[in-house]
Design a protein. Structure first.
Length: 234
């Protein structure tokens, strides 16, 4: 069973996957409950739900507390689903998509837009320009299916690599498609091997010519066979 964390709760159990439900709240239907219902049987999954059952509207500190809770959980999540629902233009969700979805390649994102959402074409076009591998869907059922398929895939090797202190000149190794110019190899792990189809991270190699790691992309599922060529030195 999934573990649901609702604002303003901060404590949480250990889990391999953390999913944040980004989407409209004010003047919007409770789509979060429906999506949670579709995902509640997934194992090893924490779902961050920012919708409160009773928001303390008269508490002057409530808004700041809510915004900080959402920021911290968006930062902690490795998966973010975006749902643009009816009832509002979802201005905060547009901001979150730009900041956390289309500008940060360390987050796996899934995007869905209700057919009645007024700026649907904007969301679709902007997402395709920034994240061409993301398939924007038009129902919560399809959004849940995408998330479930991703959860069943093997984790990228980066999850088992010891964390290094951040070195600004080597931040390129976070998966990001079409980066140019191609950067130098990582000083410890060697070259990043990338998928030819969606350019997601597959594994590290200190000797690209003799790479013997996995060739199936953990994101798009494509078997790259012997044609993995997208690496640090190209």
């Amino acid at each position: 069973m999934s573990f649901i964390i609702t604002s303003p709760i901060k404590s949480e159990p250990e889990a391999s996957n953390r999913l944040f439900l980004a989407g409209g709240i004010t003047n919007c239907p409770d789509w979060q409950s429906k999506l949670i219902g579709l995902l509640e049987h997934e194992q090893d999954l924490i779902i961050y739900n920012p919708r409160r059952e009773n928001f303390p509207i008269h508490d002057p500190n409530a808004a700041q507390e809510q915004i900080k809770w959402e920021y911290d959980r968006l930062k902690a999540a490795d998966i973010i689903s975006f749902w643009f629902s009816s009832g509002s233009l979802n201005p905060i969700v547009l901001y979150e998509l730009g900041m956390w979805g289309n500008s940060r390649w360390d987050k796996q994102i899934f995007v869905g837009v209700d057919d009645t959402y007024q700026r649907k074409s904007d969301v679709v076009i902007q997402t395709k320009l920034a994240r061409p591998q993301v398939d924007v869907v038009d129902s919560l059922e399809l959004l849940a299916e995408q998330i479930q398929r991703y959860l069943k895939q093997p984790k990228p090797l980066t999850t088992s690599v010891p964390q290094l202190p951040k070195i600004p000149s080597y931040e390129w190794y976070i998966p990001r498609p079409f980066f140019t110019p191609r950067p130098p190899a990582h000083p410890l792990y060697g070259e990043a091997i990338m998928c030819n189809n969606c350019h997601s991270f597959i594994g590290w190699s200190k000797n690209f010519d003799n790479y013997a790691g996995p060739l199936t992309c953990p994101v798009c599922g494509v078997d790259n066979g012997n044609s993995v060529t997208w690496s640090a030195h190209g």
